[in-house]
Design a protein around this ligand. Structure first.
Ligand code: ADP
Ligand code: MG
Length: 576
């Protein structure tokens, strides 16, 4: 291993030379307090910044073994260390030191969710931060003295401020890990408790704005308070007993006047398939891990999806057992989104009238009279929602302020009034009794079968120009895969750009390693996620990258389903 002095020497030697000479510093250096890995040196000052790792031995870092004794704790701890590194880098790194990215020192910056990521690695031997640095230049000439300041002054300060146990930081450390562990534990218990979600009293659900996921902090804020009939206590391993609202399995409606907080409640459920940081307001809101947000998404591509439970007999005899289109309508896209979620075993569907296609949700009596069932290809969701639960055990939480027809099919009805929830189930049932629905049930007696799909590996081409592989996250919900851009803007449960990046490389891996012309999409997702579970996100790349965050199988599959070149084969029975 080289020494600090070696790096200093090389930097002095290349001072003022052309940028390419920076390649000479790619190596491993002993910095005393930590080991510095310079893994990748950027080609010019504007290119993606250089990748480095700082590794501190546990002899120095001294994290107590119980902070990384279990997977859940490791994820919580690494999340906090990433935040601390990010914060210190912002304070300590001077930033602009020349052209382009000169002077930048950054690590992946998490949002309100705590996700498994690759930015920090911890084990018995060491803790490692993976960050990027913009090696400084003036024009394209190396500014080695500036680089020296970054490596020898700034980086060691950032490392010691974040990668070792600080006496004054112990409380924060334990709190962060415990809050995370509690959420994971509760999520794992929901199934046994017969719940699809739990919202603790005192939770703060509204967000700062539509584009800012931090808690709302101005104006009148109403914290969450469960209606007595749905109130229950859960016993968390660290926090102890917590009182809140359990949303039972089955069909749940969220009703109430406009602007009374319906979508805010649903959105909290949508994002609480992930854990939240202390202080977020949702750190005791937990949703079933197999809950999927469903919405209409007109314009999306659909490939070989069996949407026949919802849509049959399209004009001109178009079949729907293997339905494909380059430009889906609102209703067909919503139907496909549901079937695709069921295909990989979603257990809860989360839907909001705001983002649903009306003709997919309901067909009222008068419309049934005017347009006969034979002339309407769509079986509305209201006529399948109970069959979905009865036959497949799939629950639905639905925001529906616009149609009382759903009272007939609901198990639980929650009304929001001035942001306060009330259990109005029996009221709604009484109303349903008093005003009998005139509409006819159109959904038959069974949900209907769906056909598994077998993705064709050859339809995944990651090449772009001379590059054999090009995958990249262009923003939160836009994924570049080869020559194609996958639009994920309607995939609301992608919450972090590093998830999008991981999804890109997961597509590549799935197509190369797991698609063999026989496996169904569901089997492929199973193999991929198992592999990540065992080997960590690093299995997605041969290089140690710091900017992956873990997506769920639903979001990976959502990207596959939206790849415009995707081809699938349908088999009624799938062989292993
Ligand atoms: P709805 O879907 O019922 O029309 P929204 O959920 O969109 O209503 O909420 C309307 C507005 O009220 C939003 O700006 C939201 O931030 C705010 N809001 C929601 N819940 C609360 C709350 N508990 N306290 C304060 N403001 C809230
Ligand atoms: Mg709304």
């Amino acid at each position: 291993m080289k020494t600090e002095a070696d790096l200093k020497h090389t930097l002095r030697r290349i001072e003022g030379r052309g940028y390419k000479a920076y390649k000479d510093i790619k190596d491993v250096y002993d910095f005393g307090e930590f080991t510095l890995f310079i893994d990748h040196v950027q080609g010019d000052p504007f290119a993606a910044p250089s990748r480095i790792r700082a590794q501190v031995s546990q002899d120095i870092a001294q994290f107590p073994p119980d902070t990384y004794s279990k997977k859940d704790r490791i994820v919580g701890l690494c999340d906090l260390l990433t935040r601390m590194f990010s914060q210190s880098a912002r304070h300590i790194a001077k930033g602009h030191r020349g052209t382009g990215k000169s002077g930048m020192i950054e690590i992946d910056t998490p949002g309100q969710e705590i996700l498994e990521r690759t930015s920090v690695v911890i084990n018995r031997n060491f803790v490692e931060a993976r960050c990027v640095m913009g090696l400084p230049a003036s024009g394209r000439r190396i500014l080695a003295r500036e680089a020296e300041a970054m490596f020898f002054d700034e980086l060691p300060k950032i490392v010691s401020a974040s990668l070792r146990v600080q006496d004054n930081g112990k409380k924060r450390l334990h709190k962060h890990i415990e809050v995370y562990e509690d959420q994971c534990w509760l999520r794992s218990q929901l199934e046994n408790l017969g719940l699809v979600a739990f919202i603790a009293n005192g939770s703060l659900l509204p967000r700062a704005s539509g584009v800012d996921d931090r808690p709302l902090s101005t104006g009148r804020i109403v914290t969450f308070q469960s209606p007595p009939s749905l109130e229950m206590t859960v016993e968390l391993p660290n926090h102890g007993p917590v009182l809140g609202m359990g949303i039972p399995k089955g069909v749940t409606l969220i009703v109430g006047g406009g602007y009374h907080g319906k979508s805010t409640l649903l959105d909290a459920l949508v994002r609480s398939v992930y854990c939240h940081i202390p202080g977020d307001g949702r750190e005791c809101v937990v949703t079933h891990s197999d809950a999927v947000k469903i919405r209409a998404e007109d314009g999306r591509r659909i490939e070989g999806v069996d949407i026949s439970p919802f849509i049959k007999n399209l004009p001109f005899g178009q079949q729907t057992i293997s339905f494909s289109t380059d430009d889906a309508s609102g209703s067909t896209s919503q139907a496909a989104n549901i079937i695709e979620a069921l295909e990989i075993e979603a257990k809860v569907l989360l839907m909001d009238e705001d983002t649903s296609a009306t003709n997919f949700m309901i067909r009222d009596h008068r419309m049934q009279e005017l347009v006969s069932k034979e002339k309407e290809p769509i079986t509305p969701f209201i006529d399948k929602i109970r069959l979905l639960y009865r036959e497949h055990g799939v629950s639905t939480v639905l925001v529906m302020g616009g149609s009382g027809e759903y009272f007939d099919v609901a198990d639980t009805v929650i009304a929001l009034e001035d942001y306060v929830p009330r259990d109005v189930t029996s009221e709604a049932k009484n109303i349903a009794q008093r005003y009998k629905a005139e509409r006819k049930h159109e959904g038959g007696t069974v949900f209907g079968t769906t056909t598994p799909r077998i993705p064709v590996a050859a339809s995944f081409d990651p090449s772009r120009g001379r590059k054999p592989v090009k995958t990249d996250a262009k923003g939160l919900r836009t994924l570049v895969f080869g020559r194609h851009t996958i639009d994920l803007s309607a995939v609301e449960q992608i919450v972090d750009r590093s998830q999008t990046r991981a999804i890109g490389d997961a597509l590549l891996r799935a197509s190369r390693e797991h698609m063999n012309g026989r496996r169904s999409l569901s089997q492929i997702m199973g193999l991929l996620m198992d592999e990540i579970e065992t080997g960590g996100l690093d299995v997605l790349n041969s290089k140690p990258l710091g900017n992956y965050a873990l997506p769920r199988r639903f979001e990976v599959a959502a990207a596959i389903n939206r790849l415009r070149t995707l081809r699938v084969e349908n088999r009624r029975t799938v062989l292993n």
